[in-house]
Design a protein around this ligand. Sequence first.
Ligand SMILES: Nc1ncnc2c1ncn2[C@@H]1O[C@H](COP(=O)(O)OP(=O)(O)O)[C@@H](O)[C@H]1O
Ligand SMILES: [Mg+2]
Length: 263
Amino acid sequence: MKAAAERAERITEAILEVRGISFSYTMREGKKLHVFEDFSLDVRYAEFLGITGPSGCGKSTLLRIMAGLLKPERGEVYFRGKPLKEPTPRISMMFQNPALFPWYTVIENVMLALIHEKELTEEEKMERAKVFLDMVGLMGFESAYPAELSGGMKQRVALARALVSQPDLLLMDEPFSNLDPFTAISLRKEIETLWQNQSLPPSSVVMVSHDIEELVELSDRVVVLTKRPVKIAGIIEVDLDRPRSRRSGRFYEYVDEIYTLLS
Ligand SMILES: Nc1ncnc2c1ncn2[C@@H]1O[C@H](COP(=O)(O)OP(=O)(O)O)[C@@H](O)[C@H]1O
Ligand SMILES: [Mg+2]
C-alpha cells in the first residue's frame, strides 16, 4: 500500500512540464507550418495520460518535443524540474511501427537501448535485456530476427527496448493501432499492469491514440487537442476503478464526453 500512498502524494506534481512552447516546420518553399503557439501541458508523476485530437494536429510532434527529439522555438520543456535539452534514457518512446534493426537479433535490438550505460558489461546488458524480454512475454525468442516475428511480437520487442533503460516516463505514439484486436487487448493489459506496479518503471505513461475506448480504459486524464494551431479543447479526468469495464454506463459517459470535445 506504500506505493498507493506515495502515488496519491505525488500525483499533483509534474514529472514533465511543457511551458508555453511554439513550434513550426519549415516547408520546401520556406513557408512555415505553425503547429504550436504558446502551448502548455503537464504530465504528472505516476499518471497515465492519454492524448487525442484530429489527424495532423500535432500529436506526434508533441511527443517528439516531450522526448527531447525536437526543440521548440520558444518556451521550455522541464523534466523532473530541469530544462530538457536533449533525449535522455530516462524518457523512452514507442512508435506506431516498431523500428527494429532487421540485421540484429531480438535481444541485440533490446540491448541497443543500453548503449550509453557505460558501467554495464555486455553480460549485464544481456541479463537485463532478458529480464525485460521475459516481462513482455518473449522468453525463448532472444536469438530470433525481427522478420521471424508477428506484428504483435515486434511491438513487444519495441516495448522491452523502451523499458530496458528503466525510464521514468514512457511515451507511446498510437502503439496498438497496427495490431490485430486480440494482440492489442493483451498488450494493453500488460502495459496497464506494468504501469500499475509502481515498484517497476515507468512512473508515468503518455499515450497518443485515436481509439477513444482505449483511452478511457487506460487513462487517468485524457487531453483532447484541437486542429492547428493546437489548443487544448478539454481535459477529462477519468474517475473509474481499475481494471475498467467497457460495459458500464459511466464508461460510455466518458467516451461521449470525449467525442463531444472532438467534434
Ligand atoms: N518533418 C515534417 N516536416 C514538415 N511537416 C511535418 C513534419 N512532420 C509533420 N509535419 C506536419 O505537421 C503537422 C502535425 O503533424 P503530426 O505531429 O505528425 O500530427 P498527428 O500526429 O497529430 O497526426 C501535420 O500537418 C504534418 O503534415
Ligand atoms: Mg501522429
